[in-house]
Ligand binder design. Structure first.
Ligand SMILES: [Zn+2]
Length: 78
């Protein structure tokens, strides 16, 4: 498995079945609610790539995998 550098990660929050970001990595909007379903989250945890469209700035985050706290993407976010 190819290691993804930590600067390609971004933390997410899950609450009441909704997935959101405390801050958008692209435009710094706070408390961004995504349209990502729990099913989609489970798929990225199984390393199935997911393209997430940010509702705040319409950027697309390509998520390669996820753990319980972070999305691991194909680009440098920090
Ligand atoms: Zn944004």
């Amino acid at each position: 498995m190819k290691l993804i550098p930590f600067n390609h990660t971004w933390p997410y929050e899950k609450q009441m079945g909704e997935i959101y970001f405390a801050t958008c990595p692209y435009c710094s909007t706070e408390n961004v609610l995504t349209h990502m379903s729990e099913e989609a989250l489970q798929k990225v945890k199984d390393k199935i790539k997911h393209r997430l469209n940010m509702p705040c700035c319409f950027k697309t985050m390509t998520i390669l995998e996820a753990d319980d706290d972070y999305f691991w993407t194909n680009e440098r976010l920090r």
